[in-house]
Ligand binder design. Structure first.
Ligand code: PMV
Length: 323
């Protein structure tokens, strides 16, 4: 039977998290650690899922039941994605989906959004839907919102377009930056962040302190716009300084934690130009930028406070068919 494999990159938020949920811009880069999906057409009317990385094995359903009943958390994104595409394009066919990832779903690299994008791209190919990247974005973003209820869609855009993007909420602007690889150092905290819980906690803080938070978001926007220019000019020292400023503003929203703060301050003490958390906060990763000759010192400094170095290169290619 016909089968197709697609892959999409993970991502790292460089600047602008949280503000981007509320109509401000952010900058996101795609990383070379990828998510892979293979979809095979079946003779039966079944939906089968194998996602060994998240321990979903032999998951099975009639395709008429997609989206109904109890869905295990780790099968949710795949199942709801297939359901949304089938409904929108009036499709009905048994399929087997196999997902595989280069990276752990614990890192906060966006495994759920990358798998949603991979699946839609694979279905577009199998059923000859000829979806444009914008159509791919719209249906992927709808799926993420169906499940998470909240989010800007930056992770979906990164998985589709790849590279390094200047992105505004809901895809109002998706602009590729002209840059090659960014020499980022990535430190993993070992703590899994709950993105939706953090978005909610910022929302609650904002409802009590609306002016303060609006001021923070406006300051973040100014940083994002400066960072866009400095990244394109490869002025890493200035980018590092902007990272420090962005981090201070994120701290004022209450989303950083001690472990992240420790990794960030140790990186800077070891010679990094700057460092910040990447993503929702509460855990996941920090990113740092340092002069090449200081990289080893920064690695050791992060490890000393029990962070783990992840080797991920940036500006990776977006979703694609694998032969
Ligand atoms: O936790 P992550 O890596 O998915 O990043 C979340 C970033 C937010 O701005 C807090 C949410 C969003 O969807 O933009």
């Amino acid at each position: 039977m016909k089968k197709v494999t697609t892959s999409a990159p993970g991502k790292l938020m460089l600047f602008g998290e949280h503000a981007v949920v509320y109509n401000h811009p952010c900058i996101v880069t795609a990383v070379n650690e990828r998510m892979y999906t293979t979809i095979e057409l079946l003779e039966t009317q079944e939906f089968l899922l194998e996602a060994p990385d998240v321990k979903v094995l032999d998951y099975k359903k009639n395709i008429k039941e997609l989206g109904n009943g109890e869905i295990p958390k780790d099968a949710q994104f795949v199942e709801v994605t297939v359901k949304n595409v089938f409904e929108k394009y009036n499709l009905s066919h048994g399929i087997k989906v196999i997902t595989k990832s280069d990276f752990s779903s614990e890192f906060g690299f966006g495994s759920s959004s990358a798998s949603t994008v991979c699946i839609i791209k694979a279905l577009s190919e199998l059923f000859e839907l000829h979806l444009s990247n914008k159509e791919l974005f719209d249906i992927s973003y709808k799926t993420v919102l169906d499940i998470q209820k909240k989010g800007s869609g930056f992770d979906v855009a990164s998985a589709i377009f790849g590279g390094t993007l200047y992105f505004v909420t809901g895809g109002k602007t998706i602009e590729p930056l002209s840059t090659s690889s960014i020499p980022l150092i990535v430190g993993y905290s070992g703590v899994k962040a709950d993105t939706v819980a953090l978005i909610n906690s910022v929302k609650e803080f904002s409802s009590k302190n609306p002016q303060l938070v609006e001021g923070v978001y406006n300051s973040i926007e100014i940083i994002v716009n400066k960072a866009k220019e400095e990244i394109e000019n490869k002025n890493w020292e200035q980018v590092g300084i902007l990272m420090r400023e962005n981090q201070k503003l994120l701290q004022s929203l209450g989303v950083s934690i001690q472990k992240l703060d420790d990794m960030i301050s140790s990186s800077i003490a070891a010679g990094a130009y700057g460092a910040k958390l990447s993503g929702a906060g509460g855990g996941d990763c920090i990113i740092a930028l340092a002069p090449a000759e200081k990289n080893k010192d920064v690695y050791s400094a992060i490890q000393k406070v029990e962070g783990k170095i992840l080797h991920a290169s940036t500006n990776a290619k977006g979703v694609r068919l694998e032969l």
